[in-house]
Design a binder for this molecule. Sequence first.
Ligand code: HEM
Length: 510
Amino acid sequence: MIGFTLSFPSLLATVALLYAVYYWYRHRNIPGGPRGVPFIGYAPFFGRNPQDKFLTFKEKYGKMFSIYLGPRLTIVLNDYEAVKEAFLGQAEIFSGRSPGFVFEFLSLGEDGKTHGILLAEGEKLKKTRRFVLQSLRDLGMGKKRIQISILEEAAVLVDIFRKNADQPFNPLPTLTASVANVICALSWGRRYDHEDEDFKKILSGFDIIPTFLSQASVLLGYPMLRHLPGKLRRSWENLVIAVRWNQKFTDGIIEEHINEYQEGEPRDYVDAFVKQQRAEVAAGVDIENDESIFNKEELRKTVGSFFGAGSETTTMTLYWAILFMAHHQVVQKRVQKEIADNIPMGGPVTVEDKAKLPYVEAVCREIQRCANVTPLGVLRCNLEETTLLGYRIPKRSNIMVNFLAIFRDPALWDEPSRFMPERFLDKEGKLYEPPFFMPFSIGKRACIGESLARMEIFLFFSNILQNFNILPCEEFPLPSLEEYTTGISCRPLPYKIRLTTRETDPFHRV
Ligand code: HEM
């Protein structure tokens, strides 16, 4: 028998060599990118706004690049062509969702399994999306029915704004409550007084979640870090409390609603769900089966994702919209003139007026392009290994989109840094939307709330501008439009404006 001993240095050399071979094999032909720190990855170098940093990588690495978020390989799509090729060209393969500890926590049912649309994949995703989209369509999304709820909410908002006219005013709390109320109406057919204590408690929970939902955080790779003593742990504990409280509140309402259910035309999403659930049971389907999308856990979690995905995004778009108007007085006057010329005095602006208000529509789109409220989208993953633009993408890599690279690409937009709503109008002055305008993303996981969000943005925005002038206030200088902070959404710096009611405005009906 031949004796075989390995000295410590040669053992080390062998391990290093094996690791080098493994590293080479794992990374062969993947897109290049900055490597960051071993085990931690690139997240510590992102700064406050990773999308800005990523934009600078376009020159060096091209249409996409790779980074590590902790141990997770992440491919960042940094160009329209890369996003189109992945999300439309290989739609099925890129339809996975990267879990992340916050999404897992939010999707965890009482049975210890994940439920709802956010993390669904494969057949379950298809079934869920089909049902959600069909139900939202039937409930009047993008059409008339949900408009009644939005206009009711817009009237309350205008009232609150009016009470705060002629003084420094932060519109954020009112916008947050109004947008959340639309989702309550959609989900279970009820709205809440903005001062209702339970409602206020729910809204305060919304503020905590975005801290943890940053798409480009080292926490995604090493979620255990949230348990280290300090600020992160405290926020995590607050988030757990807020999410549990919100879940208990919504569970109670859903339960109540189910008990009150009456056969007939569904009034809201819970009704539509219960109706289909009963039909499935009557047809002998086992709804407690893991693949069924009609058990109660699926309902609880999908309704939760309407709030999670639909509140902050829409609220922030409107919050940006007001700041943009305070900065761009000439655009504001043109919006008001188009409304005044086309809408009878006294009546609210409605969806039916859209065709008469192409400039207002163009301004809404330009605000979305410039504000870029979901700058890194929601992390996806590829369900199998594939090749994208000639590079290998290993199975289940994180896939992240840098929407800033699309919205600020000079090859796609004239003077992309300028706020110029006319870019969304054609030569005849009609609304024109290019395919690379994609604030709701594209493909098999694109936003399911797009029609609702577009409707909310149009109705809240136009009704605010019909009633008020938005002015900077001397006591609180406006923050620049180029400054923002990024969590799951991109927020402007906090600001206050001064509203004047339009009846007293000398320019009214110019
Ligand atoms: C301005 C407002 C909004 C913006 C900018 C926005 C944007 C997005 C984006 C970028 C995604 C990720 C898509 C992808 O993975 O490719 C998404 C997903 C989603 N959005 Fe929205 N959204 C908005 C409003 C809403 C509203 C009002 C709702 C619901 C009522 C909603 C519900 C969802 C849901 C459930 C998903 C996950 C879909 C899935 O995983 O299949 N969103 N949204």
